[in-house]
Design a protein around this ligand. Structure first.
Ligand SMILES: NC(=O)c1ccc[n+]([C@@H]2O[C@H](COP(=O)([O-])OP(=O)(O)OC[C@H]3O[C@@H](n4cnc5c(N)ncnc54)[C@H](O)[C@@H]3O)[C@@H](O)[C@H]2O)c1
Length: 496
């Protein structure tokens, strides 16, 4: 199975909520079971954060959001799910009990992932009747933005389960890494705990404060890690001689008295208080919710930067995002709008997201161009200029744009855009877009564009093939009967 149709999330806290959002935004229906009286509110807040983050993350057409269904019992939640994700608190006895219940109620071929941060899958699957379908699927917070999932099988997990789990993740924008052997805490938490242990000593011994320690990470190797990890970074640090030279030069340092990694600091009251106080100072009054928002905005920025890395091919997590977006375009590009010849085409429906507004609470200037660009893209997909077409070497390039700002699009406002084709010939496509406030019907902005059909490799205009040109002509002929929109042909500074 390489695609999840229905997911069930057992436990909807920090991590379960993140999984729920990840599935829903990928268009997958999710059943949830969590006996916490406020589970609905908590999950709702995570979904709202995730939606804000996705609005900033991608302009690709997300599928219609999946349906969220809170179930009264675990049995009801898992009965028709093909991926079941357990995210209950980190206690072996509790998890074993929950997994046994899942095992009894789930379809025999359902995949069952556990979010555990460190328990062994062999221990988790001990009491299961079908242990072959249980694996660890260890994600990172926030699950809706960070793509990694460590996939770890136990002694009785089948190879087919591991393969199916790995194959199911890219369609929801995630990357599975298969950990070859099960060990407590797997790979990510092993590394984090080693670093954390050393960090606690540095605070304990008054070498630095928590803020200094975080600065050391985030102004230096934290930036390197996000894009190349540890070993590839060290390969470069070894100079032209690469990794072998690096190991020869710095390997002996490991024997120097630099680390205390084998000793565990005593997290006594005094140390907890010291770290708590320093952490409060560092937060400087920002709430956890505010910090979460800042974190999400920064992660989006990093992912987008990585998407443009490696000469635009995408790098690391940015390459994954690029691939995910391409699959969304490929699916979204197939969608058509119903063509009513008596009106301009209604092509983009969206909301003004928090990332689009400036300090006034109004949509910032370049976002108007973005929405108008999305409108042109939607028109192009309609006439057959989709991702496959562009990859095959032909496209339309915008060569001229004139935008007028008539009103203000405000934070959260529902907006939509329309397109009227003014004229088309073999090479040129002349369009006029209007952006409306959906509730009031008020025109907020207009854009007039000239697009040229090009051979992208040769970098020159060429006639569009008949298949494309004919479709554009049908729309243009219908639009020729509409009133020419006010504002067509205006130049900057012209009196109204
Ligand atoms: N927090 C993290 O950063 C992180 C990261 C990766 C993995 N994990 C793992 O994810 C799991 C969940 O951690 P969390 O941080 O989301 O905890 P959490 O306390 O935020 O959420 C746990 C949820 O499980 C619910 N729950 C308790 N018993 C249940 C039951 N019998 N059936 C259904 N729901 C039940 C609780 O009501 C709660 O909403 C743990 O195994 C943890 O190790 C956590």
């Amino acid at each position: 199975m390489a695609g999840i149709n229905k997911a069930a999330c057992i436990g909807g806290g920090v991590i379960g909520g993140g999984w729920i959002a990840r599935f829903l935004l990928a268009g997958i229906d999710v059943n949830v079971f969590d006996p916490h009286p406020e589970a609905g509110r908590i999950v709702g807040e995570v979904i709202a954060n995730a939606e804000k983050a996705y609005a900033m993350l991608t302009g690709a057409p997300l599928p219609p959001r999946g349906r969220l269904n809170f179930c009264k019992t675990l049995e009801e939640a898992v009965a028709d799910a093909d991926w079941i994700q357990e995210s209950v608190p980190e206690r072996l006895d509790l998890k074993r009990g929950v997994l046994t219940e899942i095992d009894a109620a789930a379809r025999p071929n359902a995949l069952i992932g556990s979010s555990t941060s460190g328990l062994l899958p062999s221990d988790l699957q001990r009491d299961m009747t079908h242990p072959e379908r249980l694996f660890v699927a260890h994600p990172y917070n926030p699950v809706y933005l960070l793509p990694l999932v460590e996939i770890v099988g136990g002694e009785r997990t089948s190879a087919a389960t591991i393969r199916a789990a790995m194959d199911s993740l890219p369609p929801i924008g995630m990357k599975g890494v298969h950990i070859a052997k099960e060990i407590e805490a797997f790979v990510g938490d092993r590394l984090l705990e080693a670093l954390w242990r050393e960090a606690l000593w540095l605070i304990h011994d008054d070498i630095c404060t928590v803020e200094t320690l975080d600065d050391v990470i985030r102004y230096s190797f934290g930036l390197r890690w996000a894009q190349m990890g540890l070993f590839q970074t060290y390969r470069i640090a070894g100079g032209e001689a690469g990794m072998r030279h690096f190991l020869a030069q710095f390997g002996p340092c490991l024997a120097w008295p630099w680390t205390k990694l084998t000793d565990v600091v005593d997290l006594d009251e005094a140390l907890i208080e010291k770290i708590g106080r320093q952490s409060d100072e560092q937060a400087a009054g920002l709430s956890i919710r505010e910090l979460e928002r800042i974190r999400d905005e920064n992660l989006v920025g990093i992912l987008q930067a990585l998407k443009g890395g490696h000469a635009g091919k995408g790098w690391g997590a940015g390459k994954l995002l690029k691939d995910f977006e391409q699959s969304l375009w490929a699916q979204g590009g197939r969608a058509t709008v119903s063509f009513d010849p008596s009106k301009p085409l209604r092509l983009v429906e969206t909301k003004v997201s928090p990332a689009w507004v400036d300090y006034n609470g109004h949509m910032t200037e370049h976002r108007y161009l973005q929405v108008f660009g999305d409108t042109s893209d939607a028109l192009l997909r309609l006439i057959g200029v989709d991702l496959a077409y562009v990859e095959a070497g032909q496209s339309y390039y915008t060569v001229e744009t004139h935008i007028r700002h008539l009103g203000e699009a405000k934070l959260g406002q529902a907006i939509h855009s329309t397109c009227q084709i003014l004229s088309v010939d073999e090479k040129r496509l002349h369009v006029f877009h209007t952006l409306y406030g959906t509730a009031t019907g008020e025109a907020l902005a207009t854009a007039e564009h000239m697009l040229l059909h090009v051979d992208t490799k040769a970098g020159k205009a060429i006639p569009a093939p008949a298949a494309v040109y004919d479709k554009a002509k049908v729309i243009a002929q219908a639009h020729a009967t509409l009133t020419v929109p006010e504002g067509v042909g205006r130049h900057v500074g012209q009196k109204r």
